[in-house]
Design a protein around this ligand. Structure first.
Ligand code: WTA
Length: 650
């Protein structure tokens, strides 16, 4: 990380939007940005109310914003339906035959859905859910790969007012079980299997294991995808294709009229301590926020073809594959598989094939594909591209330059978008027709967002001084609470400074540009995926040979950060390379392959304070191969540090 910080401190290059972009974009200049920004933060309620008029309401709101003892409510008294706004409203505007989704499977199969076709599929799915007894405010768990049924299922939930909770299909049965148990879901939607790198991943088998300990789930809807052999439990498991083809399943489903603050979805994400927390988003504010951010940040035009490579199992997919693009009537490319299958040019081939104009991905993918060499992109025609985006972790200036030169051919602005599961949508970002870009900086706050960097004592940090990134005012897309745990919401996000604490560190430069430096808590971003140290550590400790474990990040060329685990074995257990492999596999099975440690070091002792707290700060320095431990004299036994450093896994 320190190399990365050094490089962004020295970064002084600036890139300006092209004349053409200036002229044709929604927000055309910094002057315009500054003018609208000033108004938007002087009176955010008026700003957002003005934008909310673009949505279609069954009943308009009574009050724009209310602070209910630290819980923020937007557009109370208003009623709408999110799926109606993403489908029926678009169709009514004359776009019934416009393509909503272009889906490509890993093996190259393609499906296209117009807005009209998508509405029909959503309605039929919604009617199936209703027939199975699903109702308003029920929680429906969705454990599906990147197939069209995933967004269709989400929109079907939104249509009937059920709350969806999507679990990334790469997660293990344990992770699925924890999420179902926490959310008390009554219905599960899954598939027989999914494809990744040509291999089948047994989703339904995983679900079956999880369901043994999830008595709340009454029915399981199974999508046939991989054609692998699975078990179907009588009266619990149903094939989607059987249900949806029944005579009484109609092509239309009346959208439920939902109150603005009714729950829309829960999405679990990792935090500092304990199990992942269920981030709750509600209807109107979330929809408005993703609608407006998508429109201006991706500068969407009617003839754009937009491709976001994220998985819908993460927030990026929720907000910028499903709700943001559809509410704007955009054409979205959705890809099922791996970026390197069968070859490392898969993304570029997709861009070429569908004439993609806007491409949104993660820095880890950019680094991985850059490493494969320029020939892959150079051999494809990328001339349709006009705008590029990145999300998920800081982008190092080298990767930014490669993206700019080799993919964007120096022509396409890059929007480096900073946000989080909790924020619902993008908060700090360039606007492509206005903002001069500095490689590695997410640039400036979006309209209506007051971002700042504070010191430990809550005072404002100086120019270029690193500190805690905070958001000082509420915005419509913000999380409303942590599911089943309002205390955790208050404690995690508002206790420290009384304003929203992001968990990131950042600095603001002399031009008011934000530079995100990384997390301040025990969250590790592995290839852009958010992993909590506590989850991986408890997975390690659940292994019979392990007494104690501590994990820290270390810099990784492709993944940005990877996991380094220090493991203390139970007495009498033999240290061996086989055991290391077994532990890696164990984590992979307990959490998911994305959480697997890259390096494991056996440690007879860990550096602890006299009160027994493990000093991860010191472990991180050791894992990085540095010797700048800072003060170690507060440790119960300072000699531990030297022993660990000597045995570091290089
Ligand atoms: C990190 C992903 C630097 C950050 C949308 C944040 C970023 C966490 C950027 C949230 C960016 C996201 N530059 N860091 N452009 N975007 N992050 O909840 O640490 O999976 O707190 O949401 O990703 O991760 P999450």
């Amino acid at each position: 990380m320190s190399e990365f910080i050094d490089s962004i401190l020295k970064e002084h290059r600036v890139f300006f939007p092209s004349e053409e972009f200036h002229r044709s974009s929604h927000i055309k200049s910094m002057k315009e940005y500054s003018r609208i920004y000033k108004k938007s933060v002087e009176n955010p309620e008026a700003f957002w109310a003005g934008k909310a008029n673009h949505l279609e309401w069954f009943k308009k709101w009574d009050i724009v914003l209310r602070n209910d003892m630290g819980f923020f409510k937007w557009f109370e008294g208003g009623y709408l339906n999110v799926s109606f706004n993403c489908l029926d409203r678009i169709i009514k505007s004359g776009k019934k035959d416009k393509i909503a989704f272009i889906w490509e499977s890993e093996s190259g199969e393609t499906k296209k859905y117009t807005y009209e076709q998508l509405l029909k599929e959503v309605c039929r799915f919604a009617n199936v859910l209703k027939k199975l007894g699903a109702k308003r405010s029920h929680v429906i768990e969705i454990y599906l790969p990147m197939i069209p049924e995933l967004p269709i299922a989400m929109l079907a939930c939104a249509r009937i007012g059920a709350i969806h909770s999507v679990v990334f299909a790469g997660f293990s049965s344990d992770a699925l079980k924890d999420r179902i148990q926490d959310s008390n879901a009554e219905l599960l939607i899954t598939a027989d299997g999914s494809f990744r790198n040509g291999k089948v991943f047994p989703l339904k088998d995983n679900a079956d294991i999880a369901l043994k300990e999830c008595p709340t789930i009454k029915s399981v809807v199974v999508v046939k995808r991989a054609n692998n052999k699975i078990e179907m439990q009588n009266n619990r498991d149903f094939w989607l294709h059987d249900l949806v083809s029944q005579d009484d399943i109609k092509d239309f489903c009346e959208p439920e009229s939902m109150h603005s603050e009714d729950s829309l979805f829960i999405l679990y994400t990792s935090g500092t301590t304990g199990k992942p927390k269920g981030i709750l988003h509600t209807q109107a504010g979330y929809l408005l926020f993703v609608y407006q951010t998508f429109k201006w940040i991706f500068d969407i035009k009617d003839n754009d073809v937009y491709f976001c490579t994220a998985d819908i199992g993460w927030i990026t997919g929720h907000s910028y594959i499903v709700y943001g693009p559809l509410s704007n009537g955009a054409t979205v490319v959705m890809y099922e598989g791996s970026p390197t299958f069968p070859k490392p040019d898969r993304f570029w081939k997709i861009v070429e094939k569908y004439n993609v104009t806007i491409f949104y991905t993660a820095p880890t993918a950019i680094r991985a594909l850059a490493k494969e060499g320029d020939d892959w992109p150079n051999k494809t025609n990328l001339s349709s591209l006009r705008l590029l985006g990145t999300v998920g972790e800081p982008i190092n200036p080298e990767a930014w330059m490669w993206y700019h030169n080799v993919i964007g051919k120096k022509r396409c602005p890059i929007v480096d978008t900073w946000w989080q599961t909790e924020t619902g949508g993008i908060l700090i970002t360039p606007l492509p027709g206005a903002t001069p870009l500095k490689p590695g900086s997410a640039t400036k706050p979006f309209f209506g967002i007051i971002a700042d960097v504070l010191r430990e004592d809550g005072t404002k940090a100086n120019v270029n001084e690193g500190g805690y990134l905070v958001i000082k005012n509420p915005w419509p897309g913000m999380l409303r609470t942590v599911w089943n745990n309002p205390d955790r919401y208050k404690h995690t996000y508002f206790e420290k400074f009384g304003v929203y604490l992001t968990g990131d560190s950042a600095r603001i430069d002399e031009d008011g540009y934000f530079w995100i430096m990384g997390r301040t808590d025990d969250v590790i971003k592995v290839a852009g995926h958010r992993i909590g140290s506590a989850e991986v550590e408890s997975a390690l400790v659940s292994h019979k040979s392990v007494a104690e474990a501590a994990i820290v990040p270390f810099p990784h060329e492709i993944k940005g950060q990877a996991i380094y685990a220090f493991v203390t074995l139970k007495s009498g257990v033999k240290k061996s390379d086989e055991l290391k492999e077994e532990l890696k596999k164990h984590v992979s099975q307990s959490v998911g392959p994305i959480a697997k440690p890259d390096k494991i070091q056996f440690a007879d002792d860990l550096p602890k304070t006299r009160s027994g707290k493990i000093m991860r700060r010191i472990l991180k320095v050791i894992a990085e191969g540095s010797t700048e431990y800072g003060n170690i004299m507060t440790l119960a036994d300072p000699s531990v540090v030297e022993v660990l450093a000597k045995n570091r896994v290089a």
